[in-house]
Design a binder for this molecule. Sequence first.
Ligand code: PLP
Length: 391
Amino acid sequence: MKINARYKDLKDSYLFSTIARRVAAYTAAHPEKAVIRLGIGDVTLPLCPAVVEAMRKAVAEMGEKETFRGYGPEQGYDFLAEAIGAYYAERGIVLDRSEIFVSDGAKSDLGNILDLFDPDNAVLIPDPVYPVYVDTNIMAGRAIRYMDAGEENGFLPLPDEGEKADLIYLCSPNNPTGAVYNREQLRLWVDYALANDAVILFDAAYEAFVRDPALPRSIFEIEGARRCAIEFCSFSKTAGFTGTRCGYTVVPQELERGGLSLNGMWLRRQTTKFNGVPYIVQRGAAAVFTPEGQRQIRENIDYYRENARIIASALREKGVWFTGGENSPYIWLKCPDGLDSWAYFDRLLEEANVVGTPGGGFGRNGEGFFRLTAFGDRADTEEAVRRLARM
Ligand code: PLP
């Protein structure tokens, strides 16, 4: 028999285990030092009260014969899909119910969507970026071409007319760089995709962090995107669902390739391989879109945004080059003094007792850069910034 030998081509995910090992060694040697972690991409604030209350009610319903629910629709309950549709409609984006697919998170959908595409497709992935795009394509045996992101393009690569691509990954606001595409830049991508018969896989997991009305929060704000894009979104960072698990993917009805409707294919894929998100979780997710849910999650996002602002202003004062931190929970800085990512990691750990994420873990072009996150506690963030200022 033959196994999928492409798994051998995957890089071991050394990044977070190496970080944990180095931090553990440092704290064992210096037990008196209070280490602050600004490296994780996980949230720290709890679920908001509106979500908790909705889930509590849903649990009670599940315990009564009259209101108990078994298998739900694979593409999500109407009450949640309709709330998601209304959320888009507020921004002038009209979606049909059939275009919204509720899932257990963006990571699964980003991996699973590749079921719809042939392994021979040419795929374009920005470097650096969220590593899931790269690994899922390696598992599927697809050759990857990287788009260079760097200081020169603000970590926002644009299409190269001379290059033919079938699948294009865009992540905005970006993990790890915090960079956000503007409308003109996304228009170039949509035009390129339409001209090349390509499909854009648009990861909008951090859209709720965008507050500048001039910046797009969805690819569907761009005319023509309904014919060339799929959008992935998540309640993880918006509403603290990293452990609760819920997300959604939008596949427009107009999107067709090779004579097939991608919406129809995704529906077929999901109804075959996925059995839906728990009713209790979907009730919690729907509460995010109620007026009090929106107010409460906005408070949490504002808390993280303020952390980002605190870090960004400290870096600005020190004259350190960075992107992000404004419409994003990530701050991506250039390692001072020409240090490489791991050398800066060690220096930050030893001199400031602050943990971040070395940029090299997100791709070749991440070397020499460093990611700090705004998902920490406020007091910790302020203390970390004081220590950074003293360095
Ligand atoms: N997309 C990006 C860019 C992310 O950074 C993450 C999580 O860190 C995800 C998707 C995964 O989201 P989810 O928790 O919904 O699977």
